[in-house]
Design a binder for this molecule. Structure first.
Ligand code: MRU
Length: 342
C-alpha cells in the first residue's frame, strides 16, 4: 500500500456561495489560472469553450450557474428557465449537463420557487454526491484490477473532469496506491490533448509515474502485452450499456477485444441515461475543425485542406467488460433502467 487514498484534494470548481471560479483548463499545464465566472451566460461560454470540461464537472458547473441565474432573475421563473435552456445547449453529448439542470429545475418546482438559497443547497448536494461517487468507484474499480497490471487511459477523467478524485483516473490512483498497477499509459487524446496536457498534469501531481503515448501506439502496446486494462470514463451510457466517450475510445475497445485486454468504463450514475435504448440516438458533438489544425501546429490552413472533428464516439456495450458506477460493478449484458420504473 502506498499511503492514504490518492485524493489530491484538488478541486477544479470553487463556489464560495457568491463567486464561481474555474481553473482554466485551456491553459494547463503551462499556466494555473483561475477564471472568475460572473454570471450564467459566462458559465455557458466556459462550458462551450472548454474552460471546464469532463461530464461530471460540466454538470456541477451548470448547477452553480443556475444559482447565479436565480440571483440575476430575482424570482422571474421564465427568465431563469431561459438561462437554464442556454446552459443546457452549451454541449450536447454529456448527459450530466442536462441531468444537473433537471435537478435544479425540480428544486425550483417547490413552493419556494426560484429561491437562490434552496438552489445553492441543491448545487452543493450535486457536488458533494459526485465527490462521494468518485470515492466509491475508485474502491470498486481498483478491486477489479488484479496484480501488477498495465493500464491505458484516454482523455482526462480526474479532478479536472469531476467534483473529486475522478472516475477512471480515480480507479488508477487507487489501484496505484494498493500496489496493483505497474505501468500507466495515457493517450495524448487528439485534438484537444486532454491526455498529454491534463491527465499528465494530474498524474504528476499525484506522483504516479506514467508515459504519454500517441493514440496510434495503443495497438502495438497491447500486442506486446504491456496493457491489461483499458480504463476510461464516459459522457453518456445508454440503457444497453453503449458508451459515448472521447473520440478514440471505441477504437481502444475494439483493439482491447482483439488483443485479449479488458475494458473498464467508470462513471457515476449521473452519466447513465436509461431513457435512450442504445448509443445510436446519442447526439455526438462536432467541434471547430480548426482544433485539428491547431493541434498539428497549423495556424494558417492552406487552401484545399479540410477536416472533420467529431469529439466523441460510441463504444458498443458488448465490448465493455465492466461498467463501474458508485452502485457497484456491472457486467454485460447491461440493462440500466429508469430509477423507480417497474
Ligand atoms: O471533451 P471533453 O474533454 O469534455 O471530454 C471528456 C471525456 O470524454 C471524459 O472521458 C468524460 O467526460 C468522462 S470525465 C470523468
Amino acid at each position: 500500500m502506498r499511503g492514504e487514498m490518492e485524493d489530491s484534494g484538488f478541486r477544479a470548481i470553487e463556489f464560495d456561495g457568491h463567486r464561481l471560479r474555474l481553473i482554466d483548463q485551456r491553459l494547463l499545464p503551462a499556466t494555473e489560472y483561475w477564471l472568475e465566472i460572473p454570471d450564467a451566460e459566462a458559465a455557458a461560454r466556459a462550458i462551450r469553450d472548454l474552460v471546464v470540461r469532463g461530464a461530471p464537472a460540466i454538470g456541477i458547473t451548470a448547477a452553480y450557474a443556475a444559482v447565479l441565474a436565480a440571483r440575476e432573475c430575482r424570482g422571474d421563473s421564465g427568465a431563469w428557465n431561459d438561462a437554464l435552456d442556454r446552459l443546457e445547449r452549451a454541449r450536447p453529448t454529456a448527459v450530466n449537463l442536462s441531468w444537473a439542470i433537471a435537478r435544479m429545475r425540480r428544486c425550483a418546482e417547490g413552493p419556494g420557487g426560484v429561491d437562490p438559497d434552496a438552489l445553492l443547497e441543491e448545487a452543493r448536494r450535486i457536488h458533494a454526491e459526485d465527490i462521494e461517487a468518485n470515492r466509491a468507484m475508485a474502491q470498486a474499480g481498483a478491486g477489479m484490477l488484479g496484480d501488477s497490471v498495465g493500464v491505458l487511459t484516454h482523455c482526462n477523467t480526474g479532478s479536472l473532469a469531476t467534483g473529486g478524485i475522478g472516475t477512471a483516473l480515480g480507479v488508477i490512483a487507487e489501484g496505484w496506491r494498493r500496489g496493483r498497477i505497474s505501468r500507466v499509459y495515457a493517450d495524448e487524446t487528439r485534438p484537444w490533448l486532454q491526455g498529454s496536457r491534463l491527465t499528465a498534469w494530474e498524474l504528476a501531481r499525484l506522483e504516479i509515474p506514467f508515459r504519454v503515448i500517441v493514440e496510434g501506439a495503443a495497438a502495438s502496446l497491447m500486442a506486446a502485452g504491456a496493457v491489461d486494462w483499458v480504463i476510461t470514463g464516459a459522457d453518456r451510457i445508454t440503457a444497453n450499456g453503449d458508451v459515448a466517450n472521447k473520440i478514440g475510445t471505441c477504437m481502444l475497445a475494439v483493439l482491447a477485444r482483439h488483443f485479449g485486454v479488458r475494458m473498464m468504463v467508470v462513471a457515476p450514475s449521473s452519466t447513465v441515461d436509461p431513457n435512450l435504448p442504445s448509443g445510436a440516438s446519442i447526439d455526438i458533438e462536432e467541434r471547430d475543425p480548426a482544433e485539428i489544425w491547431r493541434a498539428a501546429g497549423i495556424e494558417k490552413v492552406p487552401a484545399g485542406f479540410d477536416s472533420y472533428n467529431p469529439v466523441f464516439d460510441v463504444t458498443p456495450g458488448h465490448l465493455v467488460d465492466c461498467i463501474v458506477t458508485e452502485q457497484g460493478v456491472h457486467s454485460p449484458p447491461y440493462r440500466f433502467t429508469v430509477p423507480g420504473a417497474a
